[in-house]
Design a protein around this ligand. Structure first.
Ligand code: CP
Ligand code: NVA
Length: 295
């Protein structure tokens, strides 16, 4: 497995479509090996720093466990930017570790860190993008439905970080993305394969995948009540799922708010694949780590 073209994974657009395909194929291979109890020591002696300015369950644990499964080591750092400049953090960490994952608010901080670091930087979520999530989403869609270029995905809700990276993924992996997003909350990214249709029922018509995320992302807590009113018609419930293909699956990056963007009957129902999707964060990130960090 050769090295990836880009040395950072700040955005899906940092890698060529060929490299992104390679990540999906490699993550399937790593997943198979892990399930078979076969040990892969490709990151033996390598260290990863995980820098967090926001909470995390999936990102933190999947990166830590992923490093462990590849015989590497992960260190978590919180509050680093409260004490010193992002460039100083980047330069210092680059002397200790072989890669850095950052989860923060403004996307500029991810860029600044990547520019100053001399080791690969992976975006573990910014206000603009969540590329590792979108890669796990593609892996999940492939496993559940096969050739993703034949799929229609309906994203219902806020045009946020998860949505932006899903649009980037639609562009690269050539699936059709229909976006049911209220005016004023449009995504910051465009693609020839993504169209804003606004109406949730219209978006899910003929969809193979229905995707939801929270209405108020981390950092938008003050807008929560206002957003609840605006996004109320964008709830994924049994009625909306019925308007999609009968065999459609439901995806959500998690954490989810039952009773808001998704009803329990959907997220806890048979069409929901959200925990396969959460699991795939581990496998896809192991592939990204191996390709960026392995000697
Ligand atoms: N989906 C996701 O990134 O989850 P966490 O916020 O728990 O990391
Ligand atoms: N849009 C959500 C995703 C969480 C994984 C947020 O940024 O809070």
């Amino acid at each position: 497995m050769g090295k990836l073209r880009g040395s950072d994974f700040v955005s899906i657009k940092d890698f060529s479509p060929k490299d992104l395909q390679k990540i999906i194929v490699f993550s399937l291979d790593l997943k198979k090996k892990e399930k078979a109890g076969e040990k892969t020591k490709i990151l033996q002696g390598k260290s990863l720093a995980l820098v967090f300015e926001k909470p995390s369950t999936r990102t933190r644990i999947s990166f830590e466990v992923g490093m462990y499964q590849l015989w590497g080591h992960a260190v978590v750092l919180e509050g680093a930017f409260e004490r010193e400049d992002v460039k100083d953090v980047a330069k210092t960490l680059s002397r200790y570790v072989d890669g850095i994952v950052i989860r923060t608010f403004g996307h500029e901080k991810v860029i600044k860190l990547a520019e100053a670091a001399t080791v690969p930087v992976i975006n573990g979520l910014s206000d603009l993008l969540h590329p590792c999530q979108a890669m796990a989403d593609v892996l999940t869609m492939f496993e559940q439905k096969g050739d993703v270029s034949k799929l229609t995905v309906a994203y219902v809700g806020d045009g946020n970080n998860v949505c932006n990276s899903l649009i980037n993924a639609a562009d690269v992996f050539n699936f059709k993305l229909k976006l049911a997003i209220p005016e004023g909350y449009d995504p910051k990214v465009t693609s020839k394969n993504a169209s804003i249709v606004r109406d949730p029922a219209e978006a899910v018509k003929g969809a193979d995948v229905v995707y939801a995320d929270v209405w108020a992302s981390m950092g938008q807590e003050k807008e929560k009540e206002k957003r609840k009113k605006i996004f109320a018609p964008y709830q994924v419930n049994a009625k909306l799922m019925k308007a999609a293909k009968p065999d459609a699956i439901f995806l959500h990056c998690l954490p989810a708010h039952r009773g808001e963007e998704v009803m329990p009957e959907v997220i806890d129902g048979p069409q929901s694949k959200v925990f396969d999707q959460a699991e795939n964060r581990l496998h896809v990130q192991k592939a990204i780590l191996a390709l960026l960090l392995a000697a």
